[in-house]
Write a protein that binds this ligand. Structure first.
Ligand SMILES: C[S@@+](CC[C@H](N)C(=O)[O-])C[C@H]1O[C@@H](n2cnc3c(N)ncnc32)[C@H](O)[C@@H]1O
Length: 208
């Protein structure tokens, strides 16, 4: 069975074809292929790709698989959605450091503010964000589309589109824990987190 996180990734794909960068076991590709979406499964690890190919065989699916670093050597079609999921922001930024114009569905393990800022800086806007709790861990899956939109600093930190009470509660808890551990002498840092918590609370009001 597909994890809730990968199910959410799949739900954000709106094109007929996908390039799955870092497919690992290939579970997402199997799920999407069974739904009629064409997939190219890729991974930098030969071992991982071998596992994916074995899984494709188990399902009797003929899914093309390519061992490559990021998008290197891939013939990207206009209508492909590029999925990059389950990696850190630094790796994702390196992979996206080329001229691309495709829809992106991204699930980063860390540094979401930096991720949003970078992808917006290369000509994208944030179309949709979804919080998913998977094994008690929160993941924000982000769909980016080509185009321009202006964002505030808080939008980059919190996410501009997400209006989910569970997500806001998660952020308030996270920032409150950080705040409670900041020594009194770091006034600026304390102010920063207090203001951030207030911003999340304000956004929360607009949902209720
Ligand atoms: C934690 S797994 C995530 C698998 C799946 N995408 C998911 O979200 O569950 C990360 C995968 O990304 C692959 N990977 C890491 N860096 C990569 C890169 N630069 N290009 C392609 N694949 C990469 C790893 O080999 C690994 O199989």
């Amino acid at each position: 069975m597909l994890s809730k996180r990968l199910e959410t990734v799949a739900s954000l794909v709106t094109t007929d074809s996908v390039i799955d960068v870092g497919c690992d076991h290939g579970y997402l590709d199997i799920y999407l292929t069974l739904k009629g979406i064409k997939c190219l499964a890729t991974d930098v690890s030969e071992n991982a790709l071998r596992g994916a190919i074995d899984n494709f065989k188990k399902y009797n699916l003929d899914i093309p698989a390519l061992c490559t670093d990021g998008l290197n050597g891939i013939d990207i079609k206009k209508t492909d959605t590029i999925v990059i999921s389950g990696m850190g922001t630094d790796t994702i930024m390196k992979i996206l450091n080329k001229d691309i114009n495709n829809d992106l569905v991204i699930s980063s393990n860390n540094h979401l503010e930096r991720l949003r800022r970078y992808i917006v800086s290369i000509g994208y806007f944030i179309d949709k964000e979804v919080l998913v709790m998977d094994n008690n861990k929160p993941y924000v899956i982000i769909k980016f589309k080509k185009g321009k939109m202006n964002y505030t600093d808080y939008d980059y930190i919190i996410g501009p589109t997400i209006k989910d009470i569970d997500y806001f509660n998660y952020l308030i808890n996270k920032y409150t824990k950080i705040l409670n551990n900041i020594p009194d002498i770091y006034k600026d840092k304390i102010k920063y987190y207090q203001e951030l918590i207030n911003e999340v609370k304000n956004r929360m009001k607009s949902v209720k």
